[in-house]
Design a binder for this molecule. Structure first.
Ligand SMILES: Cc1ncc(COP(=O)(O)O)c(C=O)c1O
Length: 374
């Protein structure tokens, strides 16, 4: 019986051709395809008034995004404890501390009232994250940030291709980041991107992603480099390479079919599994959403048994996530009671979701879950 993984990248002739072409081009560092990928992203987002800066991972994007808005030692950044480790580590990497707020029990995104109770004199920013197929209320986030004088880093790693009140994620927030790691909706093996508002922010990010070197991107995007330049600020080796840019471009061109097929699979999961009394499915019709993963919530006491039951049928499952305060490194972080996060952390289970997932493959997953609860 073929194993069904939780994630499966959609790698077809287009990606193989793009990779071959990029390698044949012979310019392996940051070059033409990286610039093209950034421009293509702005086109897809409908955000020509914004700027895109590609980097090596989503984690690098988070780290640079925080540095860009001046987060540093002594500062605090509020974020849901129900978020990715990359977000927590990016905060630590700046010298600041994460402060964990709770999530809304229905959307599983930031609970702004709870976040409000944690705002203090050291709070510099808030990271909000769209958990998979339900987005944050970003209008309320903007009002919250304005009220407290905070910058917003919008983690859109799960939400590329999704729309919030008619606007593409990435086109409206203070700063947005995306990830293109191997399991993401579109992948370039590893990669990330920041969407920012001003040319000054772009200039700083261009330097920070290239160990501080003042190399003009316009030169590098012609597969050339300058040999003399200044170094004015702290930097990291966080740039994206040409091969990855080429893969990102090839994947981005397929976003419509990726969105359509993932959305259809999620609708089917909701229709089939939503009937089970022990299963809570995401509360959305998936319209305007490009789902990254498909999760259900099941009684905490039965989750492990369900995972084993499915594994025995060749069906892999995942847990997104263990909350931040459960980890040794973050257990002493300032936080609220996190009652919802603790409950959801024990209940949540990711089921296989692939682009162009064949019906019979998905049926095996649905049958497996139904058989367990029968
Ligand atoms: C919500 C979220 N933010 C950030 C990241 C980090 O991205 P990357 O793996 O590209 O570093 C991930 C990765 O899974 C994620 O899920």
């Amino acid at each position: 019986m073929e194993k069904i993984p939780v994630f499966k990248p959609l790698l077809e002739a287009e990606e193989l051709n793009a990779a071959e072409e990029a390698l044949r081009m012979g310019w392996l560092g940051m070059g033409k395809y990286v610039g093209d990928f950034e421009q293509a992203m702005l086109g897809v987002l409908g955000a020509k008034d914004r700027h895109a800066v590609a980097v090596s991972t989503g984690h690098a994007a988070l780290h640079l995004g925080l540095l860009l808005i001046g987060v540093g030692p002594g500062d605090e950044v509020i974020t849901p404890a129900f978020n990715n480790i990359a977000d927590f580590q990016a905060i630590l990497a700046t010298g600041a501390k994460p402060v964990f707020c709770d999530i809304d029990p229905v959307t599983l995104c930031v609970d702004l009232a709870d976040a409000e109770s944690l705002v203090g004199p050291r709070t510099k920013a808030i990271i909000v994250m769209d958990y998979d197929c339900v987005l944050c209320d970003h209008d309320a986030v903007a009002v919250f940030a304005e009220r407290h004088g905070l910058r917003v880093l919008h983690d859109g790693a799960h939400a590329l291709g999704s729309k919030h009140r008619g606007k593409m994620v990435g086109s409206f927030s203070d700063i947005t980041m995306f990830s293109f790691d191997p399991v993401k909706t579109i992948t370039c093996i590893d990669g990330g991107m920041l969407i920012v508002r001003t040319e000054e922010e772009v200039r700083r990010l261009h330097e920070m992603r290239l160990i501080g070197m003042g190399q003009p991107a316009s030169v590098m995007y012609q597969n050339q480099r300058a040999w003399t330049y200044d170094v004015q600020q702290l930097g990291f080796r966080y740039h994206l390479a040409n091969l990855h840019g080429a893969l990102g471009l090839a994947q981005l061109a397929k976003l419509p079919i990726i969105s359509e097929t993932r959305r259809a699979s999620c609708k089917r999961y909701n229709a089939e599994l939503g009937q089970l009394s022990d299963v809570v499915v995401p509360k959305t019709d998936f319209d305007d959403i490009t789902p990254f993963l498909y999760y259900i919530r099941v009684p905490a006491a039965r989750r492990d048994a369900l995972r084993i039951f499915l594994a025995e049928r060749g069906i892999d499952t995942g847990i997104h996530w263990q909350p931040g305060h459960w980890f040794t490194l973050f257990r002493d972080c300032r936080r609220s009671a996190l009652a919802v996060t603790d409950q959801v952390g024990h209940e949540v289970l990711s089921l296989p979701l692939h682009s162009k997932m064949p019906d019979q493959v998905q049926q095996r997953v649905i049958d497996g879950v139904k058989a367990f609860f029968a």
